[in-house]
Design a protein around this ligand. Sequence first.
Ligand code: FCB
Length: 467
Amino acid sequence: MTMIAFPAGFRWGTATSAYQIEGAARTGGRTPSIWDDFCAVPGAIAGGEDADVAVDHYHRYGEDVAWMARLGLDTYRFSVSWSRVLRPDGTPNPAGLDFYSRLVDALLEAGIDPWLTLYHWDLPSHLPGGWLSRDTAFRFAEFATLMHGVLGDRVRIWTTLNEPWCSAFLGYASGEHAPGHTDPGEAITAAHHLLLGHGLAVAALRAADPQAQVGITLNFGPVEPADPEAAADVDLARRIDGTANRYFLDPLFTGAYPADVVADLGPLGPDRVIQDGDLAAISAPLDLLGVNYYTTSMVRAPRPGEHADRPLVRGRVLASPHVTAPEAVTVSRAIPVTAMGWEVDPEGLYRLLTRLQREYTGPAGVPLFITENGAAYDDDRVLPDGTVDDSDRIAYLDAHLQAASRAVADGVDLRGYLAWSLVDNFEWAHGFGRRFGILGVDTDLRRTPKSSAHWYKEVVRSSRIEP
Ligand code: FCB
């Protein structure tokens, strides 16, 4: 095992999200979210799957917490199903709130800090207009206040949104995610309302509890031009970086959308929806920035007459070229890929962390946490002793932890690492066929540790005793 060095107090854990693991879709008064609706659309999800049962975490949370404790983890990032805790008539649902209260108690009893993400994509279906409605941002802040009222005595770390790029661009421009719209202007509108909702929720949480740790989690899609000398490739990479990365970082850290992206957007741009005070709310100071990192990509401009890639593929070309850029060709770099087709580029994590520290979080004095990192592979093998051999996943995690520890050695203020994911789960449009867990799930829903779980336990243990 590679020795890795992280500062004292470094957090170690795993991450999940409500819709991907809970199941119990119609239990305890839960009503549908946009993901329940989207799963019912023919062809939306591979194999026509849905997450009605998922991995039944709603009933098996005790077992899942016990696994985390056995692995020696100290932090668990989970999300709340908004439509489980809030009824369509706007009143709180006690049964739903009670589930999260029991989960949080179980975590604390096991010595694990709960890290609560308010929004991981499962918007209640009953909110009219979804993220196209400005009102949803205000409803989101009320939801934050509700959750803090119930759990704020025990939950100290809060993430407002998980990956608003996905909610906006995959949900409203490419149609790969709920609610499945394909209108680039809608993506820009949704992105602004998501960010506004974030800002209003930060204010609500601060008002309720000045000591709470509040942040947001972004997904980053570092992108490089295939030919750094070719102006068209360089411009394409700039546009993609602009929409995927700077379009969220800039308003959060500087209080303005990036001018070059706004210019590219022309009449689709955010000026249509920005109101006085919005950007001040959005750029409220943060206590932390969550980084979700899986891969990077290399792009080039298509040659005349060449057929370009499908422009939007999650995790690869993290941008929406049909919003701000011409079509892109993703250049395969002849490096290993995961089952998602995502190229394995640990060095990209080093570059990302050092860039964030240099350009955004360092100047703002905001620490970084890796809130997701992991890989799906198809070749998990069940061994005679009942464990699952997943050496590819171990190699992936190990390489990324090494890259992260080098970033720390080079001055990046990185304070924790949460592996995606604790358990195999519903991988959105890919259904259950893409497995990211360090625990596997049998057909009878029993959890089985993969070798990566044992390996991770050892990494965490040794990092606590090594200086
Ligand atoms: C991220 C999501 C998470 C999971 C991983 C693989 O984009 O936040 O829910 O699907 O990708």
